[in-house]
Design a protein. Structure first.
Length: 85
């Protein structure tokens, strides 16, 4: 969810398959979220919109967008950690 460290990216075929599966799992998890959590993650990560722009789309403040994104990211992280146990 944060910046990609290309030094850690595995460009081998096996590594690419694993990364593709991880991306698919991540998208599946995000898709299962309720609004506005799902949309904020999509807009911020894939749409590369600023928090100000996201706030404007929802008719909310930039701070609301920032806090809601953080909560969405934490919910996603906790779900992944729970499944890894």
């Amino acid at each position: 969810l944060d910046e990609i460290n290309f030094a850690e990216v595995d460009f081998s075929t096996e590594g690419q398959v694993i990364q593709t599966a991880q991306k698919a799992d991540l998208l599946k998890r995000i898709h299962a979220f309720d609004e506005p959590f799902r949309e904020i993650l999509y807009l911020r990560i894939f749409g590369e919109l600023s928090f100000r722009e996201i706030g404007e789309i929802f008719g909310k403040t930039e701070n609301w967008a920032r806090v809601t994104f953080y909560r969405s990211k934490e919910k996603l992280r906790k779900g992944i950690e729970k499944d890894e146990e």
